[in-house]
Ligand binder design. Sequence first.
Ligand code: GCU
Length: 136
Amino acid sequence: AAATLYEAENGTISQGVVESNHAGFTGSGFVNLDNVAGSSVEWTIQAADPGPVTLVLRYANGTAADRPMTLTAGGTGTTLSFPGTGSWTTWRTATVRVTLTAGANAVKATSTTANGGPNLDSLSVDPSSTGTDWSR
Ligand code: GCU
């Protein structure tokens, strides 16, 4: 099956705002997370079957410093790096493999440092075994 895309601006945002001042985002904007540890976006994603999927986070980080986040899915948290992308209009992806249950799953990205998270554009859920079956 193809990947399913969830816009960051449609997630539940805690300590962040939806903005559109840096080009290249999909949908109506991106989430600018506050520059504090604990700022977060949470999505409810649907899985047809239980099992592993690849989460693809599209983001921009116009600074030189990593903006790591904890990705929590299926009750398990993984720390994921969001290194600098060169500019706030240069969007790249970070991926993590997680295991979902059938039906609704909460997926939450939480900033782990005082710099907060990167600007987040979207979350894609790729059910293919290789993690390459996504369209952008
Ligand atoms: C700049 C940039 C924002 C970004 C922020 C940050 O202000 O314009 O989009 O979120 O830096 O450092 O997080």
